[in-house]
Write a protein that binds this ligand. Structure first.
Ligand code: SAM
Length: 189
């Protein structure tokens, strides 16, 4: 299976304003708290969060980042993300699809939260290479994904194994529990 079609996400957002219950679920709130707790640095000058949806995690990242670029392929959730994030002057919210579009900026932090398994292995490898090309040694890459069965191209564990196999990134933190896996990699020198 190749990367998940845009139509899949359009239908998710047509069925609900918050299809994964990001704003109400304790599971999600706890996972987000663990995700930001795992960030090695207290502050990041510049971060990129593709696939930001309605911006619940973005809000937690925004308080730790001077600048945050939050993007999503679908416009509907970005309206809610913009409302949630408008009080942070350093946050930019844009409708963009990776990896066809990739920002021409440098980042100290890239966050792939519940996104990497929607791509096939070849496309995810390309994304990891793009992350490497837009970061300097010492930057952090964070991924967090559900571990259950899906009909996505990759499982959460497969996506993390693929990232972990990249010579540009060295894993510095790993947290796995029954439902999700969370890893932090540092861009190698
Ligand atoms: C499961 S949600 C995860 C949302 C958010 N990262 C979080 O963890 O709260 C996946 C999001 O990625 C977006 N998405 C899917 N493919 C994308 C792509 N190629 N580029 C940017 N966003 C994409 C979807 O529209 C959806 O909002």
């Amino acid at each position: 299976m190749t990367s998940t079609e845009r139509r899949y996400f359009e239908e998710m957002y047509e069925s609900s304003r918050d299809p994964w219950n990001y704003s109400s679920s304790w599971y999600e709130r706890r996972k987000y708290a663990l995700t930001v707790a795992a960030l090695p640095r207290v502050r990041y000058p510049s971060a990129f969060e593709p696939g930001c949806s309605i911006g619940v995690l973005s809000e937690l990242l925004a308080v730790r980042c001077d600048r945050l670029l939050a993007t999503d392929i679908i416009p509907a959730p970005l309206e809610r993300a913009s409302e949630r994030l408008h009080r942070f002057p350093g946050v930019i919210v844009e409708q963009r699809a990776i990896p066809e579009w990739w920002p021409e900026q440098r980042f100290d932090l890239v966050v792939l939260s519940e996104l990497a398994y929607y791509f096939d292995a070849e496309t995810l490898s390309d994304i990891v290479l793009k992350v490497a090309e837009s970061t300097d040694p010492g930057a952090d890459l964070v991924a967090v994904h559900w571990r259950g069965e899906t009909d996505y191209p990759l499982t959460g564990d497969q996506a993390h194994e693929l990232i972990d196999g990249s010579p540009e990134f060295q894993r510095v933190a790993h947290h796995a529990e029954e439902r999700f896996v969370l890893d932090v990699w540092e861009r190698t020198k």
